[in-house]
Write a protein that binds this ligand. Structure first.
Ligand SMILES: NC(=O)c1ccc[n+]([C@@H]2O[C@H](COP(=O)([O-])OP(=O)(O)OC[C@H]3O[C@@H](n4cnc5c(N)ncnc54)[C@H](O)[C@@H]3O)[C@@H](O)[C@H]2O)c1
Ligand SMILES: [Zn+2]
Length: 364
């Protein structure tokens, strides 16, 4: 078992990581919650696979839970679903001392967290994330929210969970592609903050891909520690938190341009990190061999590293120019200064971005 503390004064909480934790989640929660009434907001597929285990653990500990199932994936992250949750909370008698638990991937964590932040001006919230992406990223840090038809994550709040409970065994049922996609974010933590961790991930590739329990727990734990470090130093995203966006500027552009070809978030981030590394080489912050190493480690995990040739370059360049980090025509990029350290830089010109994307599409 591993514990990671997130120190945010009275909003402090701990992250517990343990294979098989689901079977004793009831006991852990019984000791955390203020009152035994709980609303569990989950995804259909997750509930089908792991619902019995969670429900029996909660009942054994005397917790009374109402289960609200939402569609799998991004479509549940909408105001329509927020409204639906409010009706269900009312029906279930969720009052100011009750708790809302999110049980599923990042989409349901964001939705349930936002509903918890706004219901009765805020009720207690816990995260039981079930995808690798949610375990190493989305469930930690308190950013919650939903999408609008005009854009992603436009409505939201900062609402820290009371606890994050991670059972690495639930990853057994997660499709391989989603696991790899989550590993891209794990590798990102190494690149932005911790060379030793990058080397750990690199040397434990086989074990991580085959979900060897101790390697997976270590990877989740270190990722959560690094995210917790960033969040505790910048809870409301006024500075440091931007480094978590390494690879995300071009990654988001790839996701936007590839809307219909089904590129996963982590895959787009992997492609984006390689391009950001090339930009770092161009401005003299990263050596060629370090850039090669980043590319080959990502590729060795079966992640894509080049911008797919079929994506429309102008769409991507427009999306980068519109990026919220854009300042006076230039986009502020997170660039690597060696592996294990990144900086925000304004040295990247639109021409550099265009040429990096062009070259990447040529070799893809
Ligand atoms: N709040 C944050 O800080 C933050 C950070 C990163 C990402 N996000 C958000 O997270 C979302 C993406 O999260 P995600 O990748 O977890 O996707 P997701 O929540 O859409 O889940 C992906 C799919 O996996 C299924 N699933 C979940 N756990 C499973 C399991 N153990 N076995 C089998 N299937 C399982 C789900 O039902 C769903 O179909 C996006 O909406 C993104 O904006 C938020
Ligand atoms: Zn990401």
């Amino acid at each position: 078992m591993a514990e990671v503390a997130v120190s945010l004064g009275e909003r402090s909480y701990s992250i517990t990581i343990e294979p098989g934790l689901l079977s004793r989640v009831g006991d852990v929660l019984a000791a955390t919650v203020r009152q035994k009434r709980l609303a569990v907001v989950t995804q259909k597929r997750v509930w089908q696979m792991w619902g019995n285990e969670l429900q029996s653990s909660l009942s054994r500990s005397g917790l009374e839970c109402s289960v609200i199932q939402t569609p799998n994936g991004e479509s549940a992250k909408s105001l329509t679903w927020v409204r639906h949750l409010y009706s269900e909370f009312a029906r279930a008698g969720i009052d100011r001392s009750s708790t809302v638990a999110a049980f599923g991937g990042g989409a349901v964590g964001d939705l349930a967290g936002f509903a918890a932040a706004s219901w009765l001006r805020g009720v207690d919230f816990v995260q039981i994330p079930t995808t690798l992406l949610a375990q190493v990223d989305a469930s930690v840090g308190g950013k919650v929210g939903v999408n609008l038809p005009i854009g992603k994550n436009l409505v939201g709040a900062f609402w820290q969970p009371r606890a994050v409970l991670i059972d690495s065994n639930v990853l057994e049922t997660l499709p391989k592609r989603d696991r790899r996609s989550g590993l891209a974010e794990v590798i990102k933590y190494g690149i932005i903050l911790d060379k030793e961790f990058f080397d750990y991930v690199k040397s434990h590739r086989g074990k991580l891909l085959s979900r060897e329990p101790s390697a997976i727990v270590e990877a989740i734990k270190r990722s959560c520690e690094l995210k917790a470090y960033v969040v505790t130093n910048d809870e409301r995203e006024s500075g440091l938190r931007a480094i978590l966006n390494y690879g995300h500027t071009i990654g988001h552009a790839v996701e936007a341009a590839g809307k219909y070809s089904g590129i996963k978030h982590g895959e787009a981030v992997s492609i984006g990190m390689v391009q950001a590394s090339r930009l770092s080489v161009m401005v003299g912050m990263l050596s060629d061999s370090e850039c090669q190493e980043i590319r080959s480690v990502l590729a060795s995990f079966g992640l894509p590293v080049e911008v797919p040739a079929e994506l429309d370059r102008d769409t991507m360049l427009k999306s980068i120019a519109l990026d919220k980090k854009s300042k006076g025509g230039r986009v502020r990029f997170v660039l690597a200064r060696g592996i294990g350290q990144v900086e925000l830089s304004e040295a990247v010109t639109p021409e550099m971005v265009a040429s990096v994307i062009h070259e990447s599409q040529e070799v893809s």
